[in-house]
Design a protein around this ligand. Structure first.
Ligand code: HDE
Length: 751
């Protein structure tokens, strides 16, 4: 009897089922690692490398001097089916070193071993001194033409499309630190314009800690972990940080932004970006204006709740990185508008009494509206993190004709720092030849040689003027960058600031008074937490003095939490007009790319879940099924199980069933199960709903799902909708999501 037949038939069925699961998972779940599912058995037949994932892009293939090569991006990466040495010689074996007999020792002769290990030994480069932790994406910028009346920069022309690479980052943490810590975020954009690369190296906070770049090492040393124990990682909640900002009171404005919800963004997609400094634009006729750059996210500015940020730092330290890449993969391309605030270029360089050279000051949008000048869409994820995100090198001095700098002393110092830092980080002066940094404009410089020189320069006369290379290259007036002949007033050389820089409190108060009650509560909570983590009483008292100079209510509330008396102000409280534009609350925003967790109970059938899932997709959001076990239920892929899900991953929860405790609802298997006991519903589902409620997220339930609301004790409370059908529940939840959170769930004690 041929017994292999039934066995083969079973194997075929199992393999077919596994392939179906794999297909469902790779086609519908953002985040699958490869472009095709992995096979269980080790592949034996050689074939070429798989294509990249559909959402991945790589830097254009350009020569080191900016010319298009026409070569496909693959030609720079792995190619062919056979493993080779770095010199292209095919290898028979890479798993065994060359030894004197199977028991060794290893022979010095083993050049393959030495090449492999030596290269590995040198895989790491120094991380960035600041902004070490980041995530990048490719995209396209389209000009609206609106800026052409103030600048000749060609990439801002109407309909002009320019490729870009954006890198978002945190400031304080190391490369491996968590994404959701309380910190400022970097928002650096490289525009590969036809007229030379333009880098807009921005942050998500419009002011900076200090007014002079010479203090940058000091503020960073204060914010980084303490030098003895190297703790805490990626935090400002420690003594040295608060010591610095309470002694250098110019830092108070940036600090209140950090303590507000801006310090814990929901997503890179929901962050504003600010160029911080004032720049100078010049038009074709040579007329100039002063401007501040703003990025406005299409989805609005939204933040995490502090508890969410803390949980996410543990359960998903890659929270923002994952969010960015999953959104792009799901087709929910993140979008921003670039806008400018425009000010007349007067000798005083002030606007409405605000010193435009002081990087600790904003100009409220109510005084100078942000005028949209173009749109940024991020539509491709990098193919290789190191090659692109790690090696990208931004520099404030990368400016095309039409954009120039001002004398802001912070900006002036940055003009030195950014090239200087790359010399160590990227190992020499030729970092602009690394693929991600190659300009798209033709490059014809006379910079030569140096480590890692990729160009094979022709000619014998890299100097000017010359008579040997036919005089080439020539300088030109035609669309050349112009250092604007701005008049510098006669003045003594001094180490000093202008007197206007001495106002350290009025705009901090302006920010505080512009917040809604719930945002004020969050600020009080953040100061109380951060100062509560300091050991030194004197530092707490000094910072309380700063808070007294901002606002008595803020000071009193934080003092209460610290168990200290609230001091009286030492400066008169500024009489300021609030700027409603600074508040994140009170408007409605599209819910594109939001993550909707759907709790299902496969034990009772899922007929109603399919239509809801499709409706979530149709609304431009991403549905994630949460089930007792993994795999596929009713033909739909399960993205999270009760064991792997945590509320922080979802913007809203739909409860389609009341699943009984699953087989793994044991505290010994999953701490989230708590003391499972004899509950009717899986305790992880109850926790999910409870946390979502605590973080003021929209919750919708229908059918058996109502039982879960009862179990969690949230039924009938604001933002918890019960509906006849899943689709009705989704419609209601979508409306709630437009406001980001159910704000009524956060009662405020301050007005
Ligand atoms: Fe930076 N900053 N910075 N910075 N910065 C760097 O450059 C520096 C400042 C910003 O994703 C470094 O390539 C000085 C303001 C971003 O690669 C370094 C001062 C703003 C990034 C440096 C400032 C920024 C950096 C470290 C003056 C917002 C990440 C690695 C006080 C407008 C870019 C590197 C990326 C990175 C110096 C202040 C934004 C050391 C001296 C203000 C987004 O050169």
């Amino acid at each position: 009897m041929d017994s292999s037949k039934p066995v083969k038939a079973v194997k075929d069925v199992v393999e077919a089922a596994a392939a179906k699961v794999a297909e469902a998972l790779t086609s519908e779940v953002p985040g699958a690692p490869g472009s095709a599912p992995a096979t269980v058995d080790e592949p034996t037949a050689p074939k070429g490398p798989l294509p990249p994932k559909k959402e991945q892009g790589a830097p254009d293939t350009r020569t080191p001097t900016g010319a298009e090569t026409g070569a496909p991006a693959e030609s720079k990466g792995q190619q062919g089916a056979f493993l080779t040495t770095s010199q292209g010689a095919r290898l028979r074996d890479t798993d065994h070193s060359l030894k004197a007999g199977p028991r060794g020792p290893i022979l010095l002769q083993d050049h393959h071993f030495r090449e492999k290990i030596t290269h590995f030994d040198h895989e790491r480069i120094p991380e960035r001194v600041v902004h070490a932790r980041g995530a990048g994406a490719h995209g396209v910028f389209t000009g609206y033409g609106a800026a052409q009346k103030v600048t000749k920069a060609g990439f801002l022309a109407k309909g002009k499309e320019t490729p870009v690479f954006v890198r978002f980052s945190t400031v304080l943490g190391s490369r491996g630190s968590a994404d959701t810590v309380r910190d400022t975020r970097g928002f650096a954009t490289k525009f590969y314009t036809d007229e030379g690369t333009f880098d807009l190296v921005a942050n998500n906070i419009p002011v900076f800690f200090i007014q002079d770049a010479i203090k940058f090492p000091d503020i960073i040393h204060a914010g980084k972990p303490h030098p003895d124990r190297e703790i805490p990682q990626a935090q400002s909640a420690h003594d040295t940080f608060w010591d610095f900002v309470s002694l250098h009171t110019e830092a108070q404005h940036h600090t209140i932004w950090n303590m507000s919800d801006r310090g814990i963004p929901r997503s890179y997609r929901t962050m504003e970006g600010f160029g911080v400094h004032t720049f100078r634009l010049v038009d074709a006729a040579g007329e100039t204006v002063l401007v501040k750059f703003h990025w406005k996210p299409k989805l609005g500015v939204h933040s995490l709740d502090w508890e969410e940020a803390q949980i996410a730092a543990g359960v998903d330290p890659d929270f923002h990185r994952r969010d960015l890449y999953d959104a792009i993969e799901a087709g929910a391309f993140p979008e921003w508008e670039l806008g400018i605030q425009v000010f007349p270029d007067t000798p005083e360089e002030t606007f409405a009494g605000i010193d435009l050279l002081d990087p600790t000051k904003i100009v409220p949008e109510e005084l100078a509206p942000v005028q949209p000048v173009g749109k940024l869409v991020l539509n491709r994820t990098p193919r290789n993190f190191f090659a692109e995100t790690e090696q990208v090198a931004f520099h404030l001095g990368h400016l095309p004709p039409g954009i120039d700098v001002t004398n802001d002393p912070l900006l002036q110092g940055r003009l030195f720092s950014y090239v200087d830092t790359q010399l160590t980080r990227l190992g020499g002066p030729n970092f602009s030849q690394i693929p991600i940094n190659r300009p798209h404009a033709p490059v014809n410089d006379m910079l030569r040689d140096g480590f890692h020189q990729h160009a094979v320069h022709a000619g014998v006369a890299p100097y000017r003027p010359n008579s040997l290379d036919g005089g080439n290259p020539f300088t030109t007036e035609e669309n050349a960058f112009l250092d604007l002949p701005v008049v510098v007033a006669e003045a003594p050389k001094v180490r000093a600031n202008p007197a206007s820089f001495d106002d350290h409190y009025s705009q901090v108060r302006l920010f505080w008074l512009s917040m809604s009650p719930v945002e004020k509560e969050h600020i009080i909570r953040a100061y109380t937490f951060e100062l509560g983590k300091c050991y030194e009483q004197a530092i707490k008292e000094r910072q309380l003095q700063c808070l007294a100079n901002i606002d008595p209510v803020l000071c009193a509330e934080v003092a209460k939490g610290l168990g200290l008396p609230a001091p009286e102000p030492t400066v008169p409280l500024a009489d300021v007009h609030p700027s409603p534009a600074l508040s994140q609350i009170g408007r409605m925003w599209p819910a594109d790319g939001r993550l909707i967790g759907i709790v299902v109970d496969p034990a009772v059938g899922l007929d109603d879940v399919g239509p809801v899932r499709r409706a979530v997709f149709a609304a431009g959001m991403v549905p994630l099924l949460i089930a007792p076990y993994g795999g596929v239920v009713d033909g739909m892929p399960v993205q999270r199980t009760f064991a792997t899900a945590r509320s922080v991953e979802f913007d809203a929860i739909l409860v389609a069933g009341a699943p009984a405790p699953a087989a793994d609802a044991l505290p010994v298997r999953d701490a989230k199960a708590g003391a499972a006991g004899s509950l009717a519903v899986d305790p992880r589902v109850v926790l999910l709903v409870d946390e979502a409620w605590r973080h003021a997220k929209a919750i919708g339930a229908w059918g058996n799902g109502l039982t879960v609301l009862q179990e969690a004790g949230v039924a009938g409370t604001p933002g918890v909708v019960t509906a006849e059908s899943g689709e009705d529940a989704l419609t209601a939840v979508q409306q709630l999501l437009a406001a980001h959170r159910v704000w009524e769930r956060f009662p405020a004690s301050v007005a």
